[in-house]
Design a protein. Sequence first.
Lengths: 368, 303, 327
Amino acid sequence: MRFQRRAAAIGLIAAGALLFSACGSDNNSGGGSTPQASGVTCGGKQALKASGSTAQANAITGFVNTFEQTCNGQTVNYTASGSGAGVNDFTGNQTDFAGSDSALTAAQTPAAQQRCTSTPLNLPMVFGPVAIAYNVAGVTDLALDGPTLAKIFNGTVKTWNDPAIVALNPGKNLPAAPIVVNFRSDNSGTTQNFQNYLNAASNNAYGKPAAQTFNGGVGAGAKGSQGVTDATKNTPNSIAYIEASFAQKAQLPTANIINAGGGQPVPLSTDNLGKAIDAVKVTGQGNDLTLDLTSIYKTTTPGAYPISLATYEIVCSKYADPQTGQAVKAFLQTALSPQAQGTLSQGGYVPVPDAFKQRLTTSVNSIS
Amino acid sequence: MSTALDAPDQPAVPEAFRSISTARKVKNHVATVLVSLAFLIAVVPLVWLIVSVLAKGLPAIVSIDWWTHSLSGVSPDEAKGGVYHAIIGTLIQAVIAGIFAVPIGIGAAVYLTEYGRGRLARTTSFMVDILSGVPSIVAALFIFALFISIGGLDQSGFLVGLALVLLMLPVVIRNTEEMLRLVPDELREASYALGIPKWKTILRIVLPTALSGTVTGIMLAFARVMGETAPVLVLVGYARAINFDPFNGNQASLPLLIYTELSTNPSAAGQLRIWGGALTLILIVMVFQLVASLISRFSTISK
Amino acid sequence: MSSVTDTQQQATPPRTGGARSGGTGERVFRGLTTGSGLVVVAAIALIGLFLVVQAIPSLIANHDNFLTSPEFNTTDANNLRFGIRDLLVVTVLSSLMALVIAMPVGLGIALFLTQYTPERLARPFSYVIGLLAAVPSIVYGLWGILVLAPAIEPGAGFLQTWLGWFFLFAPGNIAPVLTGTIFTAGIVLAIMILPIITATTREVFAQTPRFHIEAAQALGATRWEVIRMAVLPYGRSGFIAASMLGLGRALGETIAILLVIRASTSPSHGSLFDGGYTFASLIASAASEFSQPLPTGAYISAGLVLFVLTFVVNALARVVAGGKVNG
């Protein structure tokens, strides 16, 4: 009797498990929110493998969704394991391309060249504005410039009513409270880009090395963009650098930035960042589009927002396996399509401006 | 007890027992209050926590899609899809852990109760205690060092399962051991008297007698490992689609889903997934605990 | 069962015997179970061995003093600078604080459940406490930083204002931030280890020999006096061992701490209002960057220290318990 009951129970559990495992589905296309892209030559390897930067993870998700809609049966498995791991996986021939917050360094290029048996290409596919979010009671239109930001984030400027800040914000009611700096405690491309900006825009008044960890020497760190956002929201008189989407979703005010050309404070917007990207200098040769980001950080274009994160896809110009090359090309073509670019703003990125998109398209089409 | 004192034949000096000095009474009351307070102190955060999670996560888990769909093809800010892929991953990784931990755990418990004597048994028993204290991140690092750094394998759900084995083993061993010790010796002796060898006695008589208690322990062990986050952070990548294959590719699990959404997704849909995932995880763990306590209620050996 | 157990109750400690104990089946079965036991011993030995093997190259390449440096910088594989000073401070402070809170509360709950609650209610009440253990630690982390930390901030501010002269309550290295400190983490950890301490202590108290309690009652002792005279002396070592087990769990807690404690750019001064990393949270925070052997080895060496720490704590728990408690 007891054994029968036990057997029945086990049978029930097994049946339930079977039922459960049978009813799962990957098909979420009910809403039809991800349209097909046009102008893509599908084909090649079915499932591409890639890894790297966490900063572009959400952008890649949007690209992959469009890619799956466009090229039936093809997909990309992207693991957001960090830029360093991404480059290592790529040069170790474990992945088909890498996502990275910085272009290959001179030291990394030979290894990538060897893996590709062709020239590796650095393609800056994803741009995202970095917001300076703050939490100061009664202040919603703070203006800051590069040198002042550098001093805030290295601890030289300590209070909100410091003359340096007051000079940029005449007539605003800034408290005498100490400034609390919130920074990312985990390794992040955002931190690296932001510190690069601080050094460039302040003529090295920041004076700390730009690494993936924050070196300003002040403040309190929090885990991940969300952690920094929550910390800023919960801590009065605090300031932080975060990806724009996080600041917007949390409804934190973001500072208007006076760029290196002087002039009016520039609010953060897609258009204003686009102005800076349009004028960016490319240092890469031929189809390699390695950027000189200093030209964004030190932009003098009126109305251009200077603090940006640029992340690269690192690919081979010619893959040993043509199937892989074709799939990578199809994926990147999809990524540049208006449909995929349209998914970007939701994730807090900016669509690639048209002028620069031309150059990217040329490079992508050269992949084989 | 008091009945004994209230016996009709009154003792000569009953007063000493009957009236208790005020100081002693006060002390007794204070102790009662403090001890009850301690219980309340524990209940407060529990209720606070459950209410927070329910309030933020309940809207997510009431949809059918939540239980039957993955997040494949869902953009981060869309309130669509579900966590099916993560539930599957969590269960698969736990089952892999169980496949190794249950037989080894029961074997070790049998050794400790039925065979073990001398220095080896003492060492084993000691090491079980040590193993029960090994932090999950250390277990994960060990598997990482052994299989990824040295072995050159890729990250996978299987490796997570292996790390979970180390966390499950001590729970299975200790619970089984306790159950085996409750099996009366008379049972064993009766079996020996019939000429049945010891190993058959253990397999046919002792283990079945202790079965339900052992199953309880196993369920509790499952409950413990399914909420572990540290191993999945180190040993497997996150995937948004369903992956039934623990040996290849990324595999989601509920803790990993929560962590990933937490670090990459600021949207309202992301927040919903974080708390919905937390609630789902608590529910699954509670189901396992409930099943465990039900089994132990029907236990063939009463404590 | 009872039908079989009608024979005399005699204590036969070693389960020896069995007819024909030399058969093949016997030998195989015995070998299998012994092997299972050996797996456990081997697992511990291998954990130690492999962590050491992986840590050594990084320790040799370290440009800083491993024991005394507060820095943990692995960004440049050719210039590793890492030490465990601050990790140790944060880990030990947060765990001890958790213990200071959880020990009296856990003791109180165990007494409440064994001595004050009627049998009928004891089971559901124990289940409630057990639920605390069912909550995954990532949920504790979320709740700790988003809900608990802001709620206890005024209390932390009060302590710092009035007891700031004492090093434990001095302004920390992430001042003026008072949320997400070791203090916050200590409270979260206390809640997390409460079910561990309670469950084990309760079990030991429940084993208090009936005649000890009855003897005390016969002397006219109040309920509290019974506890003091009979229950506590019997269960003391079990309680301490249970607390050590809780301490072991607190030392190794990972994800909750990672979410709760804020990072700092300056070294710790041993204040409860400091930020920083514990061994476990540091390793977890860097987990996605484990790609190059030398920097990874640095984190493995931190894991090794954590392993040794928990080893010692659990070994002590076993010694103290003297066989009354099973993990």
